[in-house]
Write a protein that binds this ligand. Structure first.
Ligand code: PLP
Length: 395
């Protein structure tokens, strides 16, 4: 049985007629950049996320960059980010000649460990970028408390988390000062290329984001500030306007898949249950996740389903022979990236400061979780992992 990591064609098939119509409509309009489709998407995203403002931008990376520009991050400013995320979270900080300061993560959720944040604060700290990694909201209550106490801005990296909720039904990306989203095709809501969105409940940040998106001009050709070309295409917005109404049903399907994985891993004897962080008798450590939205805990939308195993690379090779697609997110944590050697040399990181992100980089593997996956495929994946361990134990 073939189980790809992601099957975009399966989703396209279900919406082909609507999507093709949207593409042709855009071609006939010959209106390509910003304009009515983008405005419609911005309104739809505001309604969906229950926030005041949304600004369509060129990618998730540009969403983060424009957000940092909007809060006026200057050269030499420090921005605290988790040590373990997609590169863009760190890259945008350095591109403004600011300093990315890395913070260790929590192994139950793979999100920034808010308990270790305060230790990383200095007089130069200006902002925190919590990442809602793999589709699960970071611990925003603790993060906002620290930000409030030290007057820091909070930019949420929700690239993997559109539709994910924190406590009381609040959507990830609408809790801090600015939320950043990506519509890269492999995200839960993906377009036909690059695209992104920033959200905010602050009227003056909203104005600034809109001006920064078009080179900082207002009115046209008059520049009080310097922005960039961060514009979203009409064609991507048209695709997203078709897809957005289906997002919740896809998230529910991803959660059902995660729930089935969890049940099967426990039944197989490989795991004692989700949220375990020590191996003991467990061969497979499952992420902590709540599958029912009880308004008190996170609503995880499973952009990725991540398991932790000691024999990661061997398991990956075995699953590949079984035609099961997997990926390693992320094999190198930021503190070990060569491009940050210089910036890190100026920091007083302790020897085991990044204990957990080192473990996550060495031991985690992503299994297929996309909505169109069948139960049989999930059963086959778990059976294959079980088979690997029955072989592995024979010396
Ligand atoms: C995908 C992603 C981004 C960047 O989004 P792009 O649209 O690819 O530029 C940023 N942060 C995280 C955590 C991501 O997963």
């Amino acid at each position: 049985m073939k189980v790809p990591l992601l099957d975009l064609k399966a989703q396209y098939k279900t919406l082909k007629k609507e999507l093709d119509e949207a593409l042709i409509r855009t071609a006939e309009s010959q209106y390509f950049i910003l304009g009515p489709e983008v405005e419609k998407l911005e309104k739809n995203v505001c309604d969906y996320l229950k926030c005041s403002h949304a600004v369509g931008v060129s990618s998730g990376t540009d969403a983060l960059l424009i957000a940092l520009m909007a809060i006026d991050i200057q050269p030499g400013d420090e921005v605290i980010i988790p040590d373990y995320s997609f590169f863009a979270t760190a890259g945008v900080v350095s591109r403004l000649n600011a300093i990315p300061v890395f913070c260790d993560i929590d192994l139950k959720t793979y999100n920034i460990d808010a308990a270790k944040l305060e230790k990383r604060l200095t007089k130069k700290t200006k902002a925190i970028i919590p990442v809602h990694l793999y589709g699960q909201s970071a611990d925003m209550e603790k993060i906002l408390a620290i930000a409030g106490k030290y007057n820091l801005k909070v930019i949420e990296d929700g690239a993997q988390a559109i539709g994910s909720q924190y406590k009381d039904g609040k959507y990830a990306g609408t809790i801090g000062d600015i939320g950043c989203f990506s519509f890269f095709p492999s995200k839960n809501l993906g377009c036909f290329g690059d695209g992104g969105m920033v959200t905010t409940n602050d009227d003056s940040l909203f104005e600034k984001l809109k001006i920064l998106r078009v080179h900082g001009s207002k009115p046209k050709y008059y520049h009080k500030i310097i922005g960039g070309n961060f514009r979203l295409d009409a064609i991507q917005s048209a695709v997203l306007n078709v897809k957005l109404p289906y997002l919740d049903s896809w998230s529910e399907k991803r959660r059902a898949n995660a729930s089935l994985y969890t049940e099967l891993f426990v039944k197989s004897g490989l795991s004692s249950g989700p949220g375990e962080t020590k191996y003991g008798k467990d061969k497979v450590l499952l992420p902590e996740a709540v599958y029912k939205n009880d308004n008190l805990k996170n609503y995880h939308i499973f952009n990725q389903f991540i398991i932790r195993v000691k024999e990661r690379d061997e398991l990956r090779a075995f699953l590949s022979q079984k035609e099961i697609g997997t990926e390693i997110y992320y094999p190198v944590p930021f503190h070990k990236q060569e491009c940050f050697n210089e910036v890190n040399s100026g920091m007083n990181y302790e020897k085991d400061e990044f204990r957990n992100s080192d473990i996550a980089s060495a031991e985690t593997i992503a299994l297929p979780i996309y909505p169109e996956l069948s139960d049989d495929q999930i059963i086959y994946v778990v059976e294959s992992v079980k088979e690997f361990y029955s072989k592995w134990e024979i010396p």
